[in-house]
Design a protein around this ligand. Structure first.
Ligand code: NAP
Length: 299
């Protein structure tokens, strides 16, 4: 068996062209997916959200051999029109779509869901959920011979997990969208699936409070006793996007080292869990003391 970071070369995606949204850094889940797809012969179009990221994403895209690199903020219709025009002009069609995008105001990924504001609820839903439906409609129009679409979700859609809050609600809607899109687009031979990834240390994840705790918790308790790599997410994406997955649609596939099957934490991991909880308690006390000190200084 190869290790879980090695990208395997092959030809499973040879002749296939696809759009990948969500490459921000080398740690992005989309980057792991893009690496695996490129190594299997796929030709990629890669996007970045703002001009400031153009240089970084272009350099990553060059490493992937991407032939299209384009600005695309999913909240801007004009950006998406330009992106799909460019794809139409250069490729004349599309075989797959990878949507690896999410956003919510980080101040609301802390504390109670009940405090979610209307503005952040709508914004989170638009970027993290509606954008997939929008991109799916635009992509389907360029898939006359069928295709495959993929989005990324998290267990917080179906269980309450600390601080995931409105993002959990958006992911539940995203997973429901996957099923409706799969039903709509199936007759056109277009498959639509989601990967529910375990926690990975990325820019987006750093917006979630106590994320380090969540990572360690998973590592101690998941059946495989570790966290996943982005290449592992990529390998499952390869299955779903290539002809290996032709019988699968409307599905959420878990790539989480098995964490989602658990009903209780592992008993053998209890001493480590106790250490983790004590550490978290000490950190919280430190944070509270620092807050008290700040308040005193400001008073
Ligand atoms: P990431 O590297 O930070 O990727 C998130 C991407 O979303 C970034 O490329 C970001 O672009 C993009 N984005 C945000 N708002 C956008 C907008 N308006 N238009 C276009 N792009 C926008 O983080 P990641 O963890 O790989 O996240 C990818 C996906 O995996 C997300 O759907 C996330 O919820 C999901 N997921 C993550 C984990 C995890 O633990 N990391 C677990 C399960 C599922 P900018 O950087 O330019 O803002």
């Amino acid at each position: 068996m190869t290790d879980n970071k090695t990208v395997t070369k092959g030809t499973l995606m040879k002749g296939k062209r696809g759009l990948v949204l969500g490459v921000a850094t080398e740690r992005s889940i989309a980057y792991g997916i893009a690496q695996v797809l490129a190594a299997q012969g796929a030709e990629l179009a890669v996007t970045y959200q703002v001009d400031q990221l153009a240089k970084r994403v272009t350099s990553l895209a060059e490493g992937l051999g991407a032939s299209i690199v384009q600005l695309a903020d999913v909240q801007k219709e004009g950006h998406l029109d330009q992106l799909f025009n460019a794809i139409e002009k250069q490729w004349g069609g599309l075989d797959f779509l990878v949507h690896s995008i999410a956003f919510s105001d980080r101040t609301e990924l802390d504390g109670a869901y009940v405090k979610t504001t209307r503005a952040n609820f709508i914004n989170t839903m638009e970027i993290s959920c509606y954008s997939f439906t929008d991109l799916a409609r635009r992509s389907a129009a360029m898939m006359p011979n069928g295709g495959s679409m993929l989005t990324l979700t998290y267990l917080g859609s179906e269980r309450v997990l600390p601080h995931y809050n409105v993002m959990g609600v958006a992911k539940a809607a995203l997973e429901a969208s996957v099923r409706y899109l799969a039903a709509d687009l199936g007759p056109q031979k277009i498959r639509v699936n989601a990967i529910s990834a375990g926690p990975v240390k990325t820019l987006a994840a750093s917006g979630i409070s106590d994320f380090r705790f969540i990572l360690r918790w998973n590592e101690i308790n998941a059946p495989l006793r570790r966290n996943i790599t982005t290449v592992e997410a990529g390998n499952t994406a390869l299955f779903l996007l290539s002809d290996l997955g032709t019988g699968v649609t409307g599905e959420t596939v878990y790539v989480d080292a098995g964490y989602h099957i658990l009903g209780m934490m592992s008993v053998e991991g209890a001493p480590e869990v106790a250490d983790l909880l004590n550490h978290a308690k000490a950190e919280k006390i430190k944070e509270r003391l620092a807050g008290d000190r700040r308040e005193k200084q400001e008073a």
